[in-house]
Design a protein around this ligand. Sequence first.
Ligand code: GLA
Length: 725
Amino acid sequence: MPISYFEKTKTFKLDSKTSSYIIKIYDEGYILNLYYGATIPDSYVPAREKRPTNASFSLANPVIGENGFTPDTAPMEYGCNGAADFRISALEVRNRNGDGVTDVRYTGYKIYSGKPQIPGLPSSYANDVSEAETLELYAEDKVTGLEITLFYTVFSEYGVITRHVRAHNGSDKNLEIERIYSCCVDYPTSELDMISLCGRYSRERNVERHPLVPGIQEISSKRGASGHVRNPFVAFASKNADEEHGDVYGFNLVYSGNFSAAAECDLNRTTRFIMGIDPTDFGWLLEPGADFCTPEVVMVYTDNGVGEMSRIFHRFYNNNLIRGRYKTEKRPLLINSWEAAFFDFDDDKLVDFAKEAKKLGIEMLVMDDGWFGKRINDRSSLGDWSVNEDRLHGGLSSLIERINAEGMKFGIWYEPEMISPDSELYRAHPDYAVRVKGREPMIGRHQYVLDFSRGDVRENIKKQMYDVIANNKIDYIKWDFNRNISDAASAQLPPERQKEFFHRFVLGTYEFMDWLTTTFQGILLETCSGGGGRFDPAMLAYSPQIWASDNTDAIERLAIQFGTSLCYPASAVGAHVSAAKRTGIQTRGNVAMWGTFGYELDPRKLTEDEKNAVREQVREYHENYDLIRNGDLYRLVSPFENRYRAIWEIVSADKTRAMLTIVTKLFENGEYLILKLRGLDERKMYKNSLTGDVCSGALLMKAGVNLSGVANWDGSSKVIYFDEV
Ligand code: GLA
């Protein structure tokens, strides 16, 4: 049983393949976290129960007395605001008297097989009940009537625990939630590094690693979306942890809106970490009898380094988060019109693209932005989702028939949550745009955001999309989101609920995505936001792939894809070969191959040599499809740490094949390079596709392969296979 309760010690133990997690019910119902780390046989860790009480004027619970326990320093399982725990709190609820003192204490528990879904929010799932076990811990604030349920689901085979929280108003008066984080984790140390993914447009998810320092350190987004700048991912690593060794704790929030991930190190050198919806611009009015559920946090622990943490996330997301037909079915190899034509296309040009692409082995043409309303640039028509027949003569059905006649599938671009001021929709319904009464809203890329917290607004867009999709043979949709949300308010919310806007917007988006993916189950959905601004695990519950960046330069993609791989599997990473010319087509292909793979260029402009290279890439794509999507990733040389090159290896689950990719950023004079492989079977014999040498897995991992001179000039690359013989 992964979850057990021990009456004698009043402890709960959550065991996974890689971790143990121990919760203690202390005197007066305080819920404490005694342990999270490598698997231990014990069910109680007395050493962790009490902390020094001399933080400052550390205050005592009047019943327990001043006997060495204070909420100020205790390892609280879910730290609340205002009752003598002065650290960053996971929960603050304003009550009928107007104060925000919140103090929930244990009342009971339930343990059961399987995993519940979270109403209105995407989350991971168990494929069958035996795969997961769930603990619900109940707690109550007796003064205010607030009831809290802490949910923990253990996926023991993966080393994963998922968590979320439900609040229930058990009183007869309104309560106002000011903050409600999805998890709170206590570390008895602050000797940890914090790893996060930070960036900007076209430089998404660069890896940042810093030692924790006293005080609060936070990564967050207040953009209304997860965004390019910070990703809802954080890991804590022991100082000596590297790719293959050391303690690593990974946290990923399954949410696409404003988030906060904050760590506070106190003067006892302990650390509290909380992750969830950002409390800034958030509030929720909880009426008597009402519930509020937080999004889910996926927690991974391993003592085998950052690389193993990533592999656990990858397996878990591929098997227990991504859903629908294309979780397992092979996805069509696509070519996208955006970088090939931008807004300059008509039906004939698209058919020409399809014709040429088909000859190269590509399977689907995606018509990007510019097909609807009167859109010929980014200044108009978002919200008017009817085909522009001045461009697509004969309409959409005729275009799709012509594309299909070339033997190609067809995909289309949408930006459902947006509205152009220059659109029929805006002229008819200016109140559909997100705006504050009396203020001119900020504009971004000449567009406003549609108020997706409103059901009537969503219905309008759903109907428009339904008319197009239901009447045409559409195999794929790219769902874009090209600005952030300012002037956040909804014309339909009363003043006391305006703080709910951001979260209601996200819930509206999920409701819409759920409708789209259940109404049109055959369609492959890819999400996107000005490149990679929407890379979060919640999106993966609807779209098995997410466009990783508008930056398609192969060298710059190395950093973006390395960073993304910290928690997201290659199956999800939208990556295309474009015409960006800094590297040759081989290197662009070798880098994009470490993702969904596809093209984003004008196939008519390729030289004969380039066409042959594309045919070869298409062959390699098919040959390695399963290996790349389901294999184990080893990041051998990181572009963040090495100025000359990046190297990664993908090993099949049965360890019969490994794919090693070497990309040189900069020529290194006089280089001699021996590289040890990882993840192979020591006893198997493997043939090196470059040299023909046959060696044992043990040799390849312990003595290494000689890569001196292999693809060592600027922008060059090489893929070497190691197949069992
Ligand atoms: C965003 C996307 C691009 C493209 C354009 C279209 O920037 O990231 O791939 O779809 O929008 O306007």
